[in-house]
Design a binder for this molecule. Sequence first.
Ligand code: PMV
Length: 325
Amino acid sequence: MRATARAHANIALVKYWGKRDAELNLPAAGSLSLTLGALTTTATVAFEPGAGRDELQLDGAPAPEPARARMSRWLDVVRARAGTDARARVISANDFPTASGLASSASAYAALAVAASRAAGLELPARELSALARRGSGSAARSVFGGLVLMHAGDSDAAAFAEPLEHDREWPLRMVIAIIGGGAPKAHGSRDAMEHCAATSPLHQGWLASVPGDLAAARAAITACDTDALGRVAERSAMTMHASAMAARPAILYWQPATVACLHEVQAMRAAGIRGYATIDAGPHVKVLTEADQAGAVAARLQAIDGVGEVIVSGIGGPAVELEG
Ligand code: PMV
């Protein structure tokens, strides 16, 4: 009745931004990501027959009620599948700032999917684990797998899962993450922000229409292990997503001055022959896709920018795994 699992965060190179179905959390389009070795969540789930309600401890303290209630609704999905009504005690810890736009819900719900299903006695194949993680957070479906990962839009609960993408050779991809704004909680959670964009942004349909072409281009770049081609797609996908968010009414503006400074610096780096491509999620931080031999130079240049705090260099992460004990 108890299990522990660990999962890595991921950064989308072709973004997920919009839902087809809020209840089942089905995405309106596919997405594609890189799992990051440096950012992890470890989660323990213990079902306790007789307990009155689900409890969640997050980074050593009782979780805020919205996070606990959200997890509790998600655990209902696990309970329905396992045929139990036992409540659970859950302990989740990140080794990076929670809810700062660093994809903590992705690693959290991927780790929870592995731990909760095992604790409930379920033996789920990877695709079903991925679909289960998606019910908690769309991006979590991708963190079930390591490396480069494709999320299918799917038109049903079972069809909306992620899968890892193969490529030919060892590929020394790195993600350089510039933390901006001190890791403070973000202003707009992704769930509400996506809904607001779909309802009010005149650019939302254009954003959705851009995704299939970007997915095809990203997949071709992955087959060829072409970092520059993949980086170009990643940068334009992020820009298109944020353009739609900025056009929402009222606007959703995740960027801080240092965010814009990083974007200019990435362009200046490329002009100077350093190969890096920027992406930004639902927060101010800038993540730069590059290769191992360039990562030190990219990190040094981002670190020198006013308003940039910590800079993290991450390699490729593996799949979510159950831990012993
Ligand atoms: O999975 P959610 O609901 O946290 O949404 C993720 C949204 C983005 O991080 C902005 C994009 C993505 O594909 O991860």
